[in-house]
Design a protein around this ligand. Structure first.
Ligand code: SF4
Length: 361
């Protein structure tokens, strides 16, 4: 639904001046800093991002450093943030910036949109905050706030609803402070017009304009169509130990956690006896197999329900077997036998394995 958001501008800008949180990328909104922080913030809370951001820019202070860093090191810096394709896309985009743009982000919304990992939200955020270009940056926070302000029951999972909001905001964005306006709405959505629980309308600078507040519909807006339930996958995680080293291997290049390191895993839920037989078939002689319990990890579309075992192998056996089969002959993954310190400092293991990595001692 089309809506005129111009009456919100002055109230939002005044509120932002008083309430903007001090954040490292806000103090120095260099395009590179805005870009990195916006990508990190896509699935992670502001408070958690701060430390990651500081560490990242210390090691990789510009696009050139990012383009040239070893993938393993990049993923290690990203460890804990999840959605590792974001880091890979950052590196791909940095390569393009170095080869085509002199190492700098382009100050042009259309050019920004061409870079890997940059969609309309991120392009709008970089353009408006770092280059003062009047482009909207519509994310979930902004959609929620503005749907409530306009009292709209449109389904925010529909692309046309986001496009309409982008169009409406583009028409009214203040030319002198587009970045502040965008950040004000995001900030209001994160701290006042919150997604979970009752919004703090009594603290909101838009209360007198807000249709949802007026009609007491703030808890029914925004409307989101039901998502498909996540697919549940059972998985057995095997922490293989031999002579003080632990086996890890690389996942396939495509699909969930593509190309990430992991503890060897087998589809399905194996009992201790099945796990022992499975390892025996592969030529691994287990001296001891200790059940580690069950754990769950939730991805956006999939849930892993895991069961895990710590397996102490007889020395030499694993080398003889040479490699670990994750299902069939084509799906072979070479094992890396790593010390605990290497797993901590060098390799990046996704948070899906957090429950089991504590058994690496
Ligand atoms: S008045 Fe309440 S519902 Fe409306 S924008 Fe403000 S916090 Fe959100």
């Amino acid at each position: 639904m089309k809506y005129d958001y111009s009456p919100t501008i002055d109230f939002l800008l005044d509120w932002y001046e008083q309430n903007a949180r001090i954040l490292p990328w806000r103090e120095n909104p260099k395009p590179y800093y805005v870009w990195i922080s916006e990508i990190m913030l896509q699935q992670t809370r502001v408070e958690a991002v701060k430390a990651y951001f500081e560490r990242f820019i210390k090691v990789l202070p510009d696009s050139k450093a990012l383009a040239e860093v070893e993938e393993e090191k990049l993923l290690k810096l990203w460890e804990g943030l999840g959605y590792y394709n974001r880091a890979r896309n950052l590196q791909k985009a940095a390569g393009i910036l170095v080869s085509d743009y002199g190492g700098e982000l382009p100050g042009d919304y259309g050019e920004l949109l061409k870079l890997p990992g940059i969609g309309s939200y991120t392009a709008g955020a970089i353009a408006s905050i770092a280059f003062h270009i009047a482009e909207p940056a519509v994310d979930g926070n902004v959609l929620r706030v503005m749907m409530r302000v306009s009292g709209s029951f449109d389904d925010i999972t529909e692309m046309k609803v986001k496009k309409q909001l982008e169009e409406d905001l583009r028409a009214v964005l203040p030319k002198d402070r587009p970045g502040d306006f965008n950040q004000a709405v995001m900030e209001l959505g994160a701290t006042v017009c919150i997604p979970v629980g009752k919004p703090l309308c009594e603290k909101c600078p838009l209360m007198h304009l807000c249709q949802a507040f007026k009609n007491r519909t703030e808890n029914r807006i925004p409307v989101k169509k039901e998502k498909k339930p996540r697919q549940v996958q059972e998985r057995t995680i095997l922490i293989l130990e031999m002579g003080g080293r632990y086996a890890i291997c690389k996942r396939e290049k495509k699909g969930l956690l593509a190309g990430m390191m992991e503890f060897p895993g087998v589809p399905g839920k194996l009992t201790p006896l099945m796990a022992e037989e499975y390892l025996q078939d592969l030529g691994y002689g287990a001296e001891e197999l200790i059940p580690l319990g069950e754990a769950k990890h939730i991805f956006s579309h999939v849930e892993w329900h895991m069961t895990g075992y710590l397996v102490h192998l007889r020395e030499g056996v694993a080398e003889a077997a040479g490699c670990y089969k994750t299902g069939n002959e084509e799906n072979r993954a070479s094992l890396v036998w790593a010390l605990k310190s290497e797993i901590e400092e060098r390799y990046s293991l996704p948070s899906a394995f957090d429950f089991y990595r504590k058994f690496v001692i």
